[in-house]
Design a protein around this ligand. Structure first.
Ligand code: 9MR
Length: 333
């Protein structure tokens, strides 16, 4: 099982020497947290900016680490002119083709895989596909089209569908339907990424086990792609970035109580038992340490403690638990 983390989050500046050492020592695959999204890569029509992505690839290749591209089609962090209402279908098609061919072409042969489409199904009890600009402009065919363009441009790169809360039954069923749609269009992905933005004491272990089984039964590689366990109470589950809340409770600004860290450690342990049992191929944490997690800023500003390493890059109780599971599993094989 590969162990990864996202780099390039919301804190300004690059990784400190201590963080660089942490990332190099504990992880073997990186995901760019922001710089390979459509907006940052193509801020103006036809103008591509690969500087940050290239720097990340250089950092990874110096250390023998893999990189997963994130992401080619998403409704967030995409420039407003892309798939804009009123441009017409043929222009929207041209935009998708230009973006995917240019970006996948630029990184051809250098990436392990791409999150081709991110978060395409709706939250909530009803519905199927999320009403995104790409869906409005192109209809459901935007899904197989994105996979086809990526595959044609780099036939060797792995292609993934990535989303949050897709272990929960309603979204899981929609995701299976989406996977069927891709399959019947001859564009079956190599894998599916369950993001894994979970909340302390609310981790849906049974749903996760079922989802891991159902996705693997489809012959798909299953990955946990954006793992964190939020310890600050909040009302919204998942990772809908527009769902910001104004109630800025910040109960753990002075530090996370040991009792909470212990609960978090046990829940990480239980998760890794499942991941190993179901042969998850990669687990990527959404950030290297608690200083660099998006959960310090969403759904409001707070001091969060969701990862395996604290603000000073020191291992938390969860780290030892995860390592112990990995060791037990290796011994049992
Ligand atoms: O962690 C990312 C944060 O720095 C950005 O501000 C945010 C903007 O949309 O995106 C965050 O990453 C998201 C990821 O790309 C897709 N799944 C949900 C993640 C957390 O919002």
């Amino acid at each position: 099982m590969q162990m990864g983390c996202a780099v390039g989050g919301t804190l300004p500046g690059s990784l400190s020497p201590v963080e660089t050492e942490l990332v190099t020592r504990h992880f073997n695959v990186l995901t760019p947290e922001n710089c390979m999204k459509p907006g940052p890569l193509q801020p103006e029509p036809g103008r591509f900016d690969f500087a940050a992505g290239d720097a990340l690839l250089h950092f990874a290749s110096e250390r023998g680490m893999h990189v997963v591209g994130h992401t080619l089609v998403w409704h967030n962090q995409t420039s407003p002119w892309m798939y804009a209402a009123g441009i017409g279908k043929s222009e929207a098609l041209r935009q998708m083709e230009q973006h995917i061919r240019t970006v996948v072409g630029h990184y051809r042969g250098k990436l392990q895989g791409w999150d081709v489409v991110n978060e395409a199904v709706v939250d909530g009890p009803e519905g199927y596909l999320r009403e995104t600009p790409a869906l409005a402009a192109l209809g459901t065919e935007y899904l197989p089209l994105a996979f086809r363009l990526a595959r044609e441009t780099d036939p060797d790169v792995e292609l993934y569908y990535n989303d949050y809360s897709i272990e929960v039954p309603a979204k899981r069923e929609r995701t299976l339907r989406l996977l069927d749609l891709l399959d019947s269009a001859g564009q079956k992905p190599h894998g599916v990424g369950i993001q894994g933005h979970w909340i302390l004491d609310e981790v849906p272990f049974d749903d996760i086990a079922t989802a891991l089984r159902l996705f693997s039964e489809r012959g798909l590689r299953v990955m946990i792609t954006e793992l964190d366990i939020d310890v600050v109470p909040r009302k919204t589950a998942g990772a809908e970035v527009t769902a910001r809340s104004a109630d800025g409770d910040d109960p753990y600004a002075a530090g996370c109580p040991p009792e909470l860290l212990e609960r978090q450690a046990r829940q990480y342990e239980q998760l890794f038992e499942l991941f190993l049992e179901h042969e998850v191929s990669r687990v990527t944490f959404w950030g290297p340490n608690d200083a660099r997690t998006w959960l310090n800023y969403w759904p409001s500003a707070r001091t969060n403690h969701p990862l395996l390493f604290d603000r000073n890059s020191q291992p938390k109780p969860a780290y030892a638990r995860v390592m112990a599971v990995a060791e037990r599993h290796a011994l049992a094989r």
